[in-house]
Design a protein around this ligand. Structure first.
Ligand SMILES: [Zn+2]
Length: 427
């Protein structure tokens, strides 16, 4: 059977329910004054129980997997059908907002609820997952929940310790899970057709475009480097300007070039010098050494690498002209995650239907979809948040925007789960 689209009134009621549930989840916190909910904590357990109950009310069978993710399944027209997986995370940063993560889980439950109300069974099953850890607050490793589902937990993670020296293996045990059976959370690749995630934007672009919804093109890749300019320290009073080898002046020249060159390289590329130290660091000494960090991000690997090469070449040229040396050491790299073009197209159609147009934008922040993209095509729908603020108690979305989001999301989910012959190209 085919499922009817949500009416405006139904979407409004669903959005009010989602907003109330975000509030209810926000009350489950380590401390009453600031929302904090970390992996394998008593708050994680309570959040799973609450969300699992909502999944059941929406017609799903529910279980908690071997890594503590809460999982619901709404069966397809035939038992054991492949599933369209929807989800996001239920953990938070410290002193968090209430929509980053939960909004994606709760809107997914509403999409299923709508099908359940009509008793509509589609060719694909719909599964909803609330990941136990995305933010990585407790163990300093991100995407623990989604990497468990994707089956990509490295061996050594069980020995990772939290801030109090508590091993991840022991935390799993205390939570009631068998640390040796985390691998059971991994899903066979054939069980899942694709992964969709709805999330707040966490940036100001949709607000600036005066739009509630946008389709994500890619999750930005990133490179982080420690860089050093080395010159010669000297007396601030005796060394003439023409004879100086001032490391900090070289770093300063490079910093202004980073800003200008990145600004010209395209609207989706960003570069930041976030930390700077100079030595010896005294008012009357010419700096002999300047150490600075570089963080650059972008939605596509090639332009990102080209920008990095350009910036490093410029640093080298500045160093040579100023008779300094320059070194750079890359200590972190994550590849950009492209969203599936077919899935993007379906999300865009649904957004167009409810909003009139469908802006596309890259994601500057990381998401569970990164882990899922190892095996499955992924796509994301962004919802405008006030001032682009996130990871902060001031995080805010409107009920109107959420209603529009539920309408578009439910439409896209229904369409995708109905048309299993869709050409979903991974990559
Ligand atoms: Zn998030």
């Amino acid at each position: 059977m085919t499922a009817a689209a949500l009416t405006r009134d139904q979407a409004r009621a669903a959005a009010e329910r989602v907003m109330a549930r975000c509030d209810e989840l926000a009350a489950i916190s380590e401390t009453p004054e600031a929302l904090t909910r970390v992996y394998l904590s008593p708050e994680h357990r309570r959040a799973n129980a609450l969300v699992g109950g909502w999944m059941r009310q929406a017609g799903m069978t529910v279980h908690q997997d071997g890594a503590g993710n809460i999982c619901g399944r709404y069966e397809g027209a035939t038992a054991g059908a492949r599933a369209l997986l929807l989800g996001s995370h239920l953990d938070t940063v410290r002193d968090a907002g209430r929509y980053d993560g939960p909004l994606g889980v709760l809107t997914a439950i509403e999409a299923v609820h709508h099908l359940h109300r009509q008793n509509a069974r589609l060719p694909l099953a719909i599964e909803v997952v609330g990941f136990g850890d995305e933010e990585g607050v407790r163990f300093g490793i991100t995407l623990l929940g989604s990497r468990a589902l994707a089956g990509t937990w490295p061996e050594g993670w069980l020995d990772q310790k939290d801030g109090e020296g508590f091993r991840l293996a022991d935390a799993l045990h205390e939570f009631g899970l068998d640390p040796h059976r985390v691998a059971d959370a991994a899903r066979p690749v054939d069980d899942i057709a694709a992964y969709l995630e709805l999330h707040i934007e966490q940036g100001p672009c949709l607000e600036q475009a005066d739009r509630a919804l946008g389709v994500v093109t890619a999750i930005n890749g990133a490179r982080r480097l420690n860089c050093t300019f080395t010159g010669q320290a000297g007396h601030a009073g005796t060394v003439p300007m023409g004879q100086r080898r001032d490391a900090l002046a070289g770093a300063a020249e490079w910093m202004t070039e980073i800003e200008q060159v990145t600004g010209r390289a395209g609207p989706d590329l960003v570069a930041t010098v976030g930390a700077l130290q100079c030595r010896p660091g005294a008012v009357n000494v010419i700096p002999g050494q300047a150490r600075l960090t570089l963080d650059i991000r972008g939605p596509e690997e090639e332009p990102l690498d080209a920008l990095l090469d350009d910036l490093l070449a410029r640093a080298g040229a500045i160093a040579e002209r100023r008779r300094l040396t320059f070194d750079a050491d890359e200590f972190y790299r994550i590849a950009a995650t492209a969203c599936d073009t077919g899935l993007q197209h379906h999300l865009a159609e649904a957004v167009m239907e409810v909003q009139g147009d469908a802006p596309h934008l890259p994601s500057g922040a990381g998401h569970d979809a990164i882990a899922l993209s190892d095996h499955w095509p992924v796509a994301m729908l962004f919802v405008r948040c006030k001032g682009g603020i996130s990871h902060h108690p001031a995080e805010s979305v409107t009920t109107d925007d959420v209603a529009l989001a539920i309408q578009a999301y439910t439409r896209a989910v229904t369409h995708l789960a109905t048309n299993t012959a869709l050409d979903l190209n991974h990559g």
